[in-house]
Every structure is written in C-alpha cells, then in structure tokens.
Design a protein around this ligand. Structure first.
Ligand code: CA2
Length: 145
C-alpha cells in the first residue's frame, strides 16, 4: 500500500512556533515514527507553501497510489483549486487537521475541500495523521474493485 502524506502552507514551521496550538514536535521527527509503525505501507512525505505545487503533487500520485492524508493548512478554507484537484484524482483523500478547527475562529469552521474528501479528522494533534492512515487502510480493506 502506498500513501502520500501532504502538508500545506506554514506546516514547515511545526515545532518552531505556536506550540500551544500545534505542539512542540517537528513533522519530520513524527514522520519517522509513523513510518516505523506501518512497515507494510510505503510512504512519501511532501510539504509546500505553494498551492500549485500541492495540486501538482496530488496529480502526480493520485492515479497510482492508494491514498493521500492531506493537511491543506489555511488553503483548506479558501481553495476551490484544491477541491477540484482532489475531485480529479482516483485516490481517496483524508483531510486532517492538528487543531480542532471548530473550536477556533469562525473562518476556520468551513472547509472548501471536505466535500471532495473521503472524510475529515481534526483536533487530535499529530495523531490526526495516524488516524488518517488508519482510515485509508480500513477503506482499502473494504474496497471491492
Ligand atoms: O490545525 C491544522 O492542522 C490547520 O490545518 C493548521 C493551519 C490552519 O490554517 C488551519 O486552519 C488548521 C495552519 C498551519 C500553520 O502551522 C503553523 C505551525 C507552527 C507555527 C505557525 C504555523
């Protein structure tokens, strides 16, 4: 099974700023733990601050890989282009957020991409990514094609 973990804008700052919201651990460190936890899964990790690069990455893996765990960062709340990219590929996409966006400012309550995703996980810190992987594994187990 092949899974892409994709992070959007500013998530390269994880562990460096705003630890009260996003925790104090950098993503690369957490990613090593994740890979160790699922030796049967082939992972790739990508992060970009640029919307078009995120779209290109979704297109690149979205026809051959088994799924994408996607934290679109603030583009979650604004991007029709990312919604279209997710709709345009075959691979299921699980939307994840570190924080519980529904406990935060109102503008974070709406996602432009949820409607194109398999499901949404938010509010569990970095563990949201693991839960996203679990969702993709369970979904693949249920697939009949
Ligand atoms: O909770 C999440 O995972 C978010 O996707 C994070 C986004 C935010 O815009 C979404 O509403 C919710 C922001 C990511 C910025 O990450 C930073 C990490 C450390 C320091 C500064 C920003």
């Amino acid at each position: 099974m092949k899974i892409l973990i994709l992070n959007g804008p500013n998530l390269n700052l994880l562990g460096k700023r705003e630890p009260e919201i996003y925790g104090s651990r950098g993503f690369e460190n957490y990613y090593e733990e994740l890979k160790g936890r699922y030796p049967e899964v082939e992972f790739e990790y990508a992060q970009s601050n640029i919307e078009g690069e995120l779209i290109n990455k979704i297109h690149e893996v979205g026809f051959d890989w088994d799924g994408i765990v996607f934290n679109a960062g603030a583009y979650t709340h604004t991007s029709v282009a990312l919604q279209d990219a997710i709709r345009g590929v075959k691979a299921p996409v699980v939307e994840v957020h570190i924080s519980n966006v529904h406990q935060r400012e109102e503008f974070r309550h709406h996602s432009m991409i949820s409607c194109a995703c398999l499901g949404v996980i938010c509010g569990f810190g970095l563990d949201s990514y693991r839960l996203g992987i679990e969702a993709l594994i369970a979904h693949k187990g249920m697939a009949h094609d």
